[in-house]
Write a protein of this length. Structure first.
Length: 255
């Protein structure tokens, strides 16, 4: 996906869905919109140590530090390719990237994080309850966590595109399961929000996002076709089988 995004846009991009705010926004602006919306729940980050679980290529961490001035950000991911890209952009000591598993977090000490963010990564975790145990362990007593995830619609058995899910390591939960993961680990959701409509609208104008750059005509047209098919696939899933949810919470005894 990193290679596809570089081919399509001429440079590396964030790895999550776009979030609509207004007309005529670029793909990059709508990706930044999602991070801004997440941070709006958390507030002032200037004295906070943030952990991004599933940091991907690191652009979320760099954007948060640059725009919000976090005291320190740690990004963890399992992909060596993503971590290699993330580390290339590190220009200060406020940001560090570590290879770790979200279900174990072996490199993160107990009660060490003010904020935990997980953006479009949890649907890759086969044992989400283990992930929530780690949130409970590493989050400070007054800390908060925020997860945005693609979850199954109520009543959806999760059998659609089973072969694709198996090959892409997709393990979608539903909202009821999220409630169980949270309450079972003595965590509580202070707020939840369905962002599906904003995400679907985030794809408006997507055909105009692809520029030719140095592509020849055939590759340019193939990239356009790939983008159209990918967008239609994502929208169809969000309309029929999935919903895009935000979960914001903390320790139960701090609620």
């Amino acid at each position: 996906m990193n290679e596809i995004l570089v081919t399509a846009f001429g440079r590396i991009q964030m790895l999550h869905y776009p979030f609509y705010l207004k007309e005529d926004e670029s793909f990059e602006e709508r990706q930044q919109n999602l991070i801004d919306h997440c941070i709006s729940y958390i507030g002032d980050l200037r004295e906070k140590h943030i952990l991004e679980v599933g940091c991907g290529n690191g652009l979320n961490c760099h954007y948060i530090e640059g725009r919000y001035g976090a005291k320190r950000i740690t990004g963890i991911d399992l992909s060596d390719e993503n971590l290699g890209i993330a580390r290339k952009h590190v220009e200060n000591t406020k940001i560090s990237f570590i290879r770790d598993n979200a279900q174990e977090l072996v490199h993160i000490p107990d009660h060490s994080m003010d904020v935990i963010i997980c953006v479009e990564s949890a649907f890759h975790y086969p044992d989400k309850n283990a992930f929530f145990r780690q949130i409970k362990r590493v989050l400070k007593p007054d800390g908060v966590f925020l997860i945005v995830d693609i979850v199954r619609l109520p009543g959806d058995a999760g059998r659609s595109l089973w072969f694709w899910k198996k090959s892409k390591l997709l393990y979608h939960a539903d909202e009821m399961e999220y409630n169980q993961y949270s309450s079972g680990n003595n965590l509580v959701f202070k707020h939840r929000e369905n962002l599906t409509d904003r995400i679907i609208r985030g794809y408006e104008g997507h055909v105009s996002w692809i520029n030719r750059n140095n592509l020849n005509l055939i590759n340019y047209l193939l990239m356009k076709l790939f983008t159209i098919l990918q967008v239609r696939f994502n929208i169809a899933q969000l309309k029929s089988h999935k919903q895009y949810m935000l979960f914001y919470g903390g320790h139960r005894d701090q609620a």
